[in-house]
Ligand binder design. Structure first.
Ligand SMILES: Nc1nc2c(c(=O)[nH]1)N[C@H]1C(S)=C(S)[C@@H](COP(=O)(O)O)O[C@H]1N2
Ligand SMILES: [Mo]
Length: 199
């Protein structure tokens, strides 16, 4: 009976599809330019800015940090959403506790190997909301999707999830990144449809 149809799903589809989005089952690639190929033996990731201890990890060190499995829906500003994507990575809470972030810091700037940057308020990366992911769907994160490692901030539009992460800078005061200075919204909440600057 049609009337029972909606009760099969744990949540009705519209409860998990933000306004203006459609469900995508593939995994589209959206990159500004060619995929930077970063060999694991020269890969480094740095945390600096307003931290007690600047840290630089090589791949072996980084991949030995405590990691978590993550299952989340992701939402791209180009209107596709993908449900239940599975990742493994290091939580930003872990990074923050290792580096010791100054109470003065208000935002992070993510820097990537292709020159991409994006800005995120610190409260949006604390409390189990953001990770540095290096496994997708049980396999090492593919280069085109940001491997060796990318930021994952699933509660914001996916442009905030910087691929090919090289550095996280903790700063005081906001500093809009690549897309945020080119017409995308500064914060990017999919549930409020914050796609463009004045949304
Ligand atoms: N370094 C870097 N990160 C990036 C991008 C990029 O061009 N360079 N594109 C962003 C955009 S606009 C989107 S929608 C997602 C796409 O991620 P995907 O290619 O894995 O789907 O990555 C984001 N992170
Ligand atoms: Mo995007």
């Amino acid at each position: 009976m049609i009337i029972n149809e909606g009760f099969k799903a744990k949540r009705a589809p519209n409860d998990r599809l933000p306004p203006g989005q459609y469900e995508e089952t593939g995994f589209p690639v959206l990159s500004l330019g060619p995929t930077p190929l970063v060999p694991l033996d020269s890969w480094r990731f740095e945390v600096d800015g307003l931290v007690d201890a600047k840290i630089s990890w090589d791949w072996q060190q980084f991949s030995s940090l405590p990691a978590e499995d993550i299952v989340r829906d992701i939402h791209c500003v180009t209107k596709w959403s993908k449900f239940d994507t599975t990742w493994r990575g290091v939580s930003m809470d872990q990074i923050i506790s290792l580096a010791g972030v100054s109470p003065e810091a208000t935002h992070i700037i993510a820097h990537s190997h292709d020159g991409y940057t994006t800005n995120i308020p610190i409260e949006d990366i604390r409390g189990g909301k953001a990770w540095i992911a290096y496994v997708f769907g049980g396999a090492p994160l593919e280069p085109e999707h940001g491997g060796p490692a990318r930021l994952l901030v699933p509660h914001l539009y996916f442009w905030k999830s910087a691929k090919w992460l090289s550095r996280l800078e903790f700063v005081r005061g906001d500093r809009p990144g690549f897309w945020e200075t080119r017409g995308y919204h500064n914060y990017g909440d999919p549930w409020k449809e914050q796609r463009y600057t004045y949304d």
